[in-house]
Ligand binder design. Structure first.
Ligand code: AP5
Length: 222
């Protein structure tokens, strides 16, 4: 393949819809979805020492230390599937030092999508979120209810999805977001994340199509 693959970062407050949009983007564009939070939860599930430390921070809604997160994401990004098909980085970087670590490696996205959702909506989304442990699909009791009884019966909730914990996660987000945004100032696109998920995706889809058209080597410009 001679085309340069697409590289996308997606950011936004806790429960702004990053994971939901990533499912849709992945389906249409075939990018490799790399979610820092998912990598950390996999580490916790496998019971490693790193996972134990990570969980302590996640339970307090704090950022997991760079010693754990930076290597984990970097290794995943550099794997051949992500290099060949392009990547969609979700929930990373979340601090100035994480952004700098990527810049130092010469890793920069084509576009940085920022999902904007009001704080009130965020809390409602967190409290109603459920996950299907079998398919990994994200549901919401009100906005994206499970398709049938069988799925409904097996849905689980994340340990940090309580009203009390999301307040802490939001605080952490506010403390760090500006430093990250300043690194990507020239490529940020703000998307209204408060509308229905299909409408949010329609907006993102437009943005990504135009990035692909403008990319050097893309089939559109050949
Ligand atoms: P992480 O797992 O990344 O969580 P988060 O940023 O809090 O984001 P979420 O996964 O909660 O939400 P989302 O934006 O993906 O929303 P979703 O699509 O699910 O991080 C967890 C923790 O790990 C952090 O607190 C930190 O401790 C640690 N961590 C992670 N990355 C780190 C890093 N880089 N460095 C250090 N530590 C790190 O949607 C939410 C709900 O809303 C769902 O129920 C969904 O169905 C519903 N919904 C989605 N879109 C819509 C819509 N348009 N309308 C109505 N409902 C919708």
């Amino acid at each position: 393949k001679t085309e340069e693959p697409l590289k996308v970062m997606i950011s936004g407050a806790p429960a702004s819809g990053k994971g939901t949009q990533c499912e849709l983007i992945k389906k249409k564009y075939g990018l490799v979805h790399i979610a820092a939070g998912d990598l950390l939860r996999a580490e916790i599930a496998s019971g490693t020492e790193k996972g134990k430390v990570a969980k302590e921070y996640m339970e307090k809604g704090m950022l997991v230390p760079d010693e754990i997160v930076v290597m984990m994401v970097k290794e995943r990004l550099l794997q051949p599937d992500a290099q060949e098909n392009g990547w969609l980085l979700d929930g990373y970087p979340r601090s100035f030092s994480q952004a700098k670590a990527l810049e130092d490696l010469g890793i920069r996205p084509d576009i940085f999508i920022l999902l904007e959702v009001s704080e009130e909506d965020l809390v409602e989304r967190v409290v109603g979120r459920r996950l299907d442990p079998v398919t990994g699909k994200i549901y919401h009791l009100k906005y994206s209810p499970p398709e049938n009884e069988e799925i409904a019966a097996r849905l689980t909730q994340r340990f940090d999805d309580t009203e009390e914990k999301v307040k802490l996660r939001l605080q952490t987000h506010h403390q760090n977001v500006e430093a990250v945004l300043s690194t990507y100032e020239d490529i940020i696109v703000r998307v209204n994340g408060s509308v229905a998920k299909e409408d949010v995706f329609a907006e993102i889809d437009k943005v990504l199509s135009s990035v692909i058209e403008k990319k050097p080597n893309s089939s559109a410009s050949m």
